[in-house]
Design a protein around this ligand. Structure first.
Ligand code: HEC
Length: 139
């Protein structure tokens, strides 16, 4: 009798665990290394924005491309904050957020086709890169 109750309890606990696992939402799952994020997204996107004052887009397609690079840069700041990528809760999170803020400002400037605004956002971007690298890029 006791044994049957025990088995029933184990079965019930198993069911509970299984349903807990089933109802768990999928979470972000970081794939790339930090270097890969730099190479695939952050370096090309920031270069494209730095280049705007020297090579001002002359048509819609050119501005669309600048807008897309601003989107990539803004969202890459969020990716730097995901999972165990965060190097610490201080400078790492602050400069990742600064990258997202700068990317958002670049996006607004790209939508307004405002070259002066993109030029000054460039300084904001470089500041975020440098402040993180100073602490976290051990060379
Ligand atoms: C939140 C921190 C952080 C921010 C912000 C950041 N980086 Fe990095 N970056 C790193 C780290 C950490 C490494 C070194 C990764 C390693 O060696 O494992 C790195 C590496 C690099 C590298 C070397 C890549 C290679 O091929 O080895 C370049 C170039 C670079 N970053 C450019 C940038 C630029 C440009 C920006 C801004 C637009 C930027 N980074 C913003 C953390 C950051």
């Amino acid at each position: 009798m006791i044994r049957i109750r025990f088995q029933a309890a184990v079965a019930a606990a198993g069911l509970l665990l299984a349903s807990a696992a089933l109802t768990q939402e999928p979470a972000p799952r970081p794939v790339a290394t930090i270097t890969q994020l730099m190479q695939a997204m952050i370096i090309p996107a920031s270069n494209a924005l730095f280049n705007v004052p020297r090579q001002v887009p002359g048509d819609d397609a050119g501005w669309d491309a600048v807008r897309n690079q601003a989107v990539i840069l803004a969202e890459s700041g969020n990716l730097l904050m995901v999972g165990d990528r965060a190097g610490d809760s201080g400078v790492w999170m602050e400069t990742s957020r600064a990258l997202t803020d700068a990317g958002e400002a670049a996006l607004a400037a790209a939508l307004a086709r405002d070259v002066d605004a993109i030029t000054s956002v460039g300084d904001q971007i470089i500041d975020a890169c440098e402040r993180c690298h100073e602490k976290h890029w051990i060379r």
